[in-house]
Design a protein around this ligand. Structure first.
Ligand code: NAD
Ligand code: DAO
Ligand code: ZN
Ligand code: ZN
Length: 373
C-alpha cells in the first residue's frame, strides 16, 4: 500500500514572493482520492494572480498550479474511475456526475467539493502536503507545482496514452477555456463576426475556436503587437492595437465593422476592457463573454441601455466544459490536428526555474510557459 512520498515542489510561502523549491511530504491518497505523478504543468495568469496576494480566496503557504498532466501513482479506497498508471489531466472544475449542476446541461460548475476546494483542503477537510513540519494548502483542487499531488477522484480526467502530456497539460486550463467559451457559452455560428480582447493563451484559443466555428471575421485586440503574428496564424483576420488609436477602442471597432460584432470575448481580466468588449457588440443581438478574472472588489459597468437595446453580457468558467465527460473528446481533436496547442508553448522550464516562467509571463514574452518535471 502507498505511503508518504518525499519529493520536490515549488512552495508559495506567502503572497508576493518568489516560489521556493522545497522537499515536501505528500501523504497517501485517502478514500476517493488519487495521487498523481505530475509530469508537466503550464503556468497561467491565475497562478500569478493568487501569488500576488490580490485573490481574496488565496491561502498560504500553498502549492499553486492548475494546468497539469501526469500519471496516476496510487489510488485510495473506492476509486473506480482511474487505475495506477493511467494518464490524466487534473481539472479544477471537477465532475461528479450527480449534483444538480452536473445533471444540468446548462453548466459545467460541479459543486460537489466546491467548499473544501475553495478552502484549500481535500473533501474530508484535511490537507495532504507538509513542508518543514507545516501544513500546506491545496490550490484549485489541483496543486500541480509539485512532483506528486493528491486530488479528488472526481477531479481527474483519464486521457488516451498517446497524447503528449507536455502539450495537453494546457487543456487543463487555457486552451479548453478559450475554445469552450466560443462553443459552449456563446455557441458561435458559422458566418459570425467575432472579436477577442487579449491574445494570451486564453484569447488565442478563443481565436482558434472561432475559426473552427466558421466565423467569417475574427478580430484580435491587444496592446502588445508581438502577439499579432500568432493570432493570425491561429485564425485572426484583423489585428488591432488600441494604442494606435486615440478614440476608445469600442468606438474604433464599431466604426471598422459598420455596427459591431456578433460575439466578443474578454480574455484580459480588466473591467475597462470588459466594458469595451460589451460595447463593441452589435446592437440588437451582439453577445459579450467575460473570461478574464478581474481584481478582487472590481465591478463592471455600462449604460443599461446597451442591454436594453439587445446586447447580452455573459461569462465563462473553464469554457463551460464538463471536465470528465468532455475533455477526452477535445484531446482527440488535438491528436487529429484540429486543435492547436504546440504553437502556444513559448518555452519549457525545469521546476527549479519556475520563477523565470512567471517572469517571462509578466514581461509578455510567453504565450505559455510549461514546467517539465
Ligand atoms: P495573458 O496574460 O497571457 O494574456 C492577456 C493578454 O492581454 C496579453 O497578451 C496582454 O498584452 C493583453 N492586454 C493587457 N491589457 C490589455 C488592454 N488594456 N487591451 C488589450 N490587450 C491587453 O493571460 P491568459 O493566461 O491568456 O488569461 C487571460 C485571462 O483569463 C486572465 O484574467 C486569466 O485569469 C483568465 N482566465 C480565466 C479562465 C476562466 O475559466 N474564466 C480560465 C483561464 C484564465
Ligand atoms: O464553482 O463556484 C465555482 C467556481 C468554479 C471555478 C471557476 C474558476 C474559473 C475562473 C478561474 C480562472 C481559471 C484559472
Ligand atoms: Zn488557468
Ligand atoms: Zn457534480
Amino acid at each position: 500500500t502507498a505511503g508518504t512520498i518525499t519529493c520536490r515542489a515549488a512552495v508559495a510561502w506567502g503572497p508576493n514572493s518568489d516560489l521556493v523549491i522545497e522537499e515536501i511530504q505528500v501523504q497517501a491518497p485517502k478514500a476517493n482520492e488519487v495521487r498523481v505523478k505530475v509530469l508537466a504543468t503550464g503556468v497561467c495568469h491565475t497562478d500569478a494572480y493568487t501569488l500576488s496576494g490580490t485573490d481574496p480566496e488565496g491561502l498560504f503557504p500553498t502549492v499553486l498550479g492548475h494546468e497539469g498532466a501526469g500519471v496516476v501513482e496510487s489510488i485510495g479506497e473506492r476509486v473506480t474511475n482511474v487505475s495506477v498508471g493511467d494518464h490524466v489531466i487534473m481539472a479544477y472544475v471537477p465532475e461528479c456526475g450527480q449534483c444538480n449542476f452536473c445533471k444540468s446541461p446548462k453548466t459545467n460548475l460541479c459543486q460537489k467539493i466546491r467548499t473544501t476546494q475553495g478552502a484549500g483542503v481535500m473533501p474530508d477537510g484535511t490537507g495532504r502536503f507538509t513542508c518543514k513540519g507545516k501544513d500546506l494548502y491545496h490550490y484549485m483542487g489541483t496543486s500541480t507545482f509539485a512532483e506528486y499531488t493528491v486530488v479528488a477522484d472526481i477531479s481527474v480526467v483519464r486521457i488516451r496514452e498517446d497524447a503528449p502530456l507536455d502539450k495537453v497539460c494546457l487543456m487543463a486550463c487555457g486552451v479548453t477555456t478559450g475554445i469552450g467559451a466560443v462553443r459552449n457559452n456563446c455557441k458561435v455560428e458559422p458566418g459570425s463576426t467575432v472579436a477577442v480582447f487579449g491574445l494570451g493563451g486564453v484569447g488565442l484559443s478563443a481565436i482558434q475556436g472561432a475559426k473552427m466555428a466558421g466565423a467569417k471575421a475574427i478580430y484580435g485586440i491587444d496592446t502588445n503587437p508581438e502577439k499579432f503574428a500568432m493570432a493570425e496564424t491561429l485564425g485572426a483576420t484583423v489585428c488591432v492595437n488600441p494604442k494606435d488609436h486615440s478614440k476608445p477602442i469600442q468606438q474604433v471597432l464599431v466604426e471598422l465593422t459598420g455596427g459591431g460584432f456578433d460575439y466578443t470575448f474578454e480574455c484580459i481580466g480588466k473591467v475597462e476592457t470588459m466594458r469595451a468588449a460589451l460595447e463593441s457588440c452589435h446592437k440588437g443581438w451582439g453577445e459579450s463573454c467575460i473570461i478574464g478574472v478581474a481584481g478582487s472588489g472590481q465591478e463592471i459597468s455600462t449604460r443599461p441601455f446597451q442591454l436594453v437595446t439587445g446586447r447580452v453580457w455573459r461569462g465563462s468558467a473553464f469554457g463551460g466544459v464538463k471536465s470528465r465527460s468532455q475533455l477526452p473528446g477535445m484531446i482527440d481533436e488535438y491528436m487529429c490536428g484540429d486543435i492547436k496547442i504546440d504553437e502556444m508553448i513559448s518555452k519549457t522550464y525545469p521546476l527549479k526555474d519556475i520563477n523565470q516562467a512567471f517572469e517571462d509571463m509578466h514581461s509578455g514574452k510567453n504565450i505559455r510557459g510549461v514546467v517539465l518535471f
